[in-house]
Design a binder for this molecule. Structure first.
Ligand code: BV8
Length: 365
């Protein structure tokens, strides 16, 4: 996947100099990382223009309710992201952070990203007994780890499963043919692939809002008309859209999805943290311990809209430990808890990070 080149305005030399002066003296450094770190690798973020949540109802593909309702749709969403991430390469920002980890043993990266790119740049993830000192904490999990959906009764885990496809129905061809969630229950995909439209996704969201209130998504049994065949919806169809738009279904049966090889009963799912699920307990404990330390010298907030909790609160927790804060983002409006004295470096992380980290962002060889 081509790396996207984004030109950035010149950084303020005085700001860079004062940041680097602080960096030299910093031992305990925390980075709070979001999808913007991987943008230069060609991976979509979540909430920006063209972001993932513009195309998918987040609660249909990244929540336990969405999984219970249609695990095939959830798997289609993650199968696509696995392929995109495997095709992408770490960009200079990933490499700069991996180099910083070698120069500064007190550096720890708290990443919301599940794309595996920091690992491929050389950072070693880990948490829990014997791994407390690992410098990469995967707050929201990893696309390439699979777990049994029965995490308590079975608990099967398969790490770094990069083989593609995971199963026939999730192959690129099969997913394209089923056009991610655009199939309607009972429709024979083979000869009549339906053509849903953005209008339909809007109608679905409107329906969810009408039924459920707000934008929370919980299971809704499909109504009788939900299976109604999709019609090619032209512009003038807006007015005629039925008030009960068909509920989208992947059309994938559970039997077609990967089954846990240990219990042979439940499905395998991606080991990622969905909305409404807690972050991995080991990581929560280590993050709490980190923010109970008496001194954090520097907090880098990189490529995140700081909208997802509890990660969105980490910057303030670092400040409470004495940290000075540096922001790296393309959008000033996303610097949620900016304070006087913070460093603000607006631009593509792929360009800015190597520049501000200087020698600390260069490999020790
Ligand atoms: C939980 C799955 C508790 C993996 C994701 C208060 C406290 C606790 C919870 C909550 C709370 N309030 C609300 C909640 C619930 C919820 C939440 O936060 N909701 C939000 C939306 C209000 N939180 C949870 O459910 C969390 N669980 O707290 O458990 C609990 C306790 C008891 C019982 C049950 C639960 C779980 C959160 C994890 C959700 N899973 N994804 C996946 O599919 O990837 S979240 C999703 O958002 C991704 O993981 C993503 O990483 C994360 C954050 O998004 P960002 O990375 O910031 O991406 P975004 O697109 O938003 O922004 C990109 C930024 O980059 C932008 O600023 C852009 O300007 C910038 N940028 C773009 N290009 C570049 C760039 N910057 C630099 N260079 C560039 N080139």
């Amino acid at each position: 996947m081509a790396q996207t080149e984004i030109t950035v305005p010149e950084l303020d030399a005085a700001a860079v100099a004062s940041f680097q002066q602080h960096l030299v003296q910093s031992n305990r450094i925390v980075a709070v990382i979001g999808a913007g770190l991987s943008a230069a690798s060609g991976l979509a973020t979540f909430r920006g223009t063209g972001g993932r949540w513009a195309k998918h109802d987040v609660f249909m593909v990244a929540s336990p309710a969405g999984w219970r309702r249609d695990p095939g749709l959830v798997w289609q969403f993650y199968a696509e992201r696995r392929r995109e991430s495997l095709r992408a390469s770490p960009n200079p920002a990933h490499h700069a952070l991996a180099a910083l980890a070698k120069h500064k043993p007190g550096f720890v990266a708290l990443s919301q990203n599940v794309d595996g790119l920091l690992q491929r740049a050389g950072m070693v993830p880990g948490s829990g007994p014997g791994n407390e000192d690992k410098q990469l904490k995967l707050l929201h999990g990893n696309l390439f780890d699979l777990v049994c959906e029965d995490s308590t009764g079975c608990g099967y885990v398969e790490e770094n499963k990069v083989e593609e496809p995971i199963c026939e129905v999730l192959s690129e061809e099969a997913v394209k043919k089923r056009a991610l969630g655009q199939n309607v229950m009972g429709m024979d995909v083979e000869d009549k692939p339906p053509k849903a439209s953005a209008l339909l996704f809007e109608a679905i969201a409107a329906k969810n809002k009408k039924i459920l209130g707000g934008d929370k998504f919980t299971e809704t049994a499909p109504t009788a008309t939900d299976g109604a065949p999709l019609r090619e919806l032209g512009e003038d169809a807006k007015a005629k859209m039925p008030d009960t738009a068909p509920v989208l279904h992947s059309g994938i049966e559970k039997s077609e999805l990967p089954t846990c090889p240990k219990c042979k009963v439940h499905l395998l799912r991606p080991r990622v943290v969905w909305f409404g699920e807690t972050l991995p307990v080991d990581i929560v404990a280590e993050v709490d311990a980190l923010f109970e330390e008496d001194k954090i010298d520097l907090c880098l907030v990189i490529g995140t809209s700081s909208q997802v909790w509890p990660t969105a609160g980490f910057c303030e927790r670092a400040r409470a430990c004495g940290a000075k804060v540096a922001w790296v983002n393309t959008r000033a409006e996303d610097l949620k808890s900016l304070r006087d004295g913070d460093w603000v470096f607006l631009g593509d992380a792929g360009v800015v990070l190597p520049e501000i980290l200087g020698v600390y962002g260069q490999d020790t060889g």
